[in-house]
Design a protein around this ligand. Structure first.
Ligand SMILES: [Zn+2]
Length: 489
């Protein structure tokens, strides 16, 4: 069965089919962080959602190119740079570094490309030049360059593809210079903002005079630069639908005359303790705030992944405590399975050769193929845990069945990304990453588990011997503070 996803463009669930004629390669762009502060838990919901989409596409066998931009120049950043009297790079560098640390804490895979806006000024300028040449952008008396919605619509182009807009209420020629504005003020928006005294030394030369790019044009330029004029998937939080994504479509299609993105995916909002997050309500949390309360990245990731991406999610401290319990149930079951798996010689098994009625991989895949129905995916996981526990308790699980079960878990965990640390073995990997192959090889699993036991028993001679055996099989085992990791030689 194929993967079906809700497409904001058509407002319907569609079969996902990439543009690649071989049906293999997928270009995916996620709007990245604006590096002016630490990302909050609402932002993280979107980034973890992006990670889930990428992991699931890879699980389905697609070769994903994942691009996430770094917005390192826009209105809010300039304001903060001015207030803190630092340089742009120094200011954004701090939050960019923190962002990538947090991304790791949540076990999100690193995007393949993370372009910075400030490093794509020439591409941005040439895109604006194209829009002026095509007559859909103009320089106003204030020196800034604006996108003309009227001219764009006059060419037969459609502004408002993601959101129904009421153009009768719009006043022609009205302009907005700020990057953020409401739907009620659909207006010509700024592509290039003429240098203003409050910008300090943040400006670049251009054919339209000194200035800086608007936020929206940055994403059009960087996404097309990385993935081509038309690409498969564009993701972001639903708050970006208007104006950011609507403007991205207008700028890109206005310049190329080609469809910009085939499939738009938007993640829903997050509430904290039932309310919109705000500093004054005391329910505003960065990831770091939650870590300081003693929760782990793994628990936070789990909780963010419990709800369907199109549903508003209520993030609570009780929910985090529940995440701890749920993860402990999974870990306990996996620990028992590993104990049984290590018992005797193992026949070769595949991850999808399942034991018993709880067919984990098939049930999980069926759920996720249905517009990433993660709730049904978790139900499959916990049904499986129950089934495994029952068989273990009744002594009905053989070593080979336990290995098969572990391999199945490894396969779906490549999507869930819940790194575990049990028995000193770290089973944290991604499908599509050659490092995941070892879970399909029971002999390798057995050696890894045996080595962990040997180390535990301080039998370092045996542990070293196993390292040699793994090497002979083409795997390099590495000890990390979180456990052992396998690398293909
Ligand atoms: Zn963007």
């Amino acid at each position: 069965m194929g993967l079906k996803l809700f497409n904001t463009l058509s407002r319907s669930i569609q079969e996902f089919a990439p543009l690649d004629s071989a049906g293999k390669k997928v270009g995916m762009y996620c709007c990245g962080p604006t590096v002016y502060d630490f990302a909050h838990i609402g932002n993280w919901r979107t980034f973890v959602f992006g990670d889930l989409v990428r992991r699931y596409l890879e699980f389905k066998g697609f070769a994903v190119t994942h691009v996430m931009n770094i917005t390192d120049v826009e209105d809010k950043i300039i304001k903060r740079v001015r207030e803190t009297k630092t340089s742009l790079r120094k200011f954004t560098g701090k939050y960019e570094t923190a962002f990538f640390e947090d991304l790791k804490t949540l076990n999100c895979l690193s995007p393949h490309q993370t372009p910075r806006a400030t490093e794509h000024i020439p591409e941005i300028i040439s895109l604006i030049e194209k829009l002026i040449q095509r007559g859909v952008a103009y320089q106003a008396a204030d020196g800034s360059v604006y996108f003309s919605i009227e001219k764009y619509r006059g060419c037969g182009c459609n502004y408002g593809q993601l959101l129904k807009l009421n153009f009768d209420e719009m006043r022609a020629g009205e302009r907005v210079k700020s990057d953020e504005y409401a739907k009620e003020s659909v207006a010509d928006f700024a592509l290039w903002k003429a240098r203003a005294p409050e910008d300090g030394d943040i400006f670049w030369p251009s054919p339209f005079g000194e200035g800086r790019p608007g936020w929206h044009i940055e994403c059009s330029a960087m996404s097309m630069n990385a993935l081509g004029e038309t690409f498969d998937l564009h993701l972001g939080g639903e708050d970006l639908i208007f104006p950011h994504h609507e403007d991205e479509i207008a700028q890109s299609e206005g310049a190329t005359g080609k469809p910009f993105v085939k499939h738009w995916l938007h993640g829903a909002h997050l509430l904290v303790e039932g309310k919109k997050m705000s500093k004054s309500l005391g329910n505003f949390f960065t990831l770091r705030d939650l870590l300081a309360k003693g929760f782990t990245g793994r628990e936070i990731r789990y909780l963010l992944l419990t709800a369907h991406y199109r549903e508003t999610f209520n993030f609570t401290m009780d929910g985090l405590a529940g995440a701890k319990t749920a993860l402990a149930r999974i870990d306990e079951c996996l620990g028992k399975l590993r104990g049984i798996a290590g018992r005797d010689a193992l026949p070769r098994v595949q991850a999808d050769q399942q034991v018993g009625p709880a067919n984990l991989v098939a049930n999980f895949t069926a759920a996720m193929d249905d517009d990433l129905n993660i709730s049904a995916g978790w139900a499959a996981v916990f049904d499986w845990v129950r089934e495994m526990n029952k068989r273990i308790a009744e002594n009905l699980l053989s070593a080979s069945e336990a290995v098969s079960a572990l391999a199945a878990w490894g396969k779906i965990n490549s999507v869930l990304g819940l790194s575990e640390q049990t028995n000193g073995v770290l089973m944290n990997f991604s499908m599509g990453d050659p490092a995941s192959d070892w879970l399909g090889d029971p002999e390798v699993i057995k050696l890894v588990l045996e080595r962990a036991d040997a180390k535990k028993a301080k039998d370092f001679k045996r542990a070293d011997a196993i390292r040699g055996e793994l090497k002979a099989k083409g795997w390099l085992i590495e000890d990390t503070p979180k456990g052992a990791k396998l690398k293909k030689i």
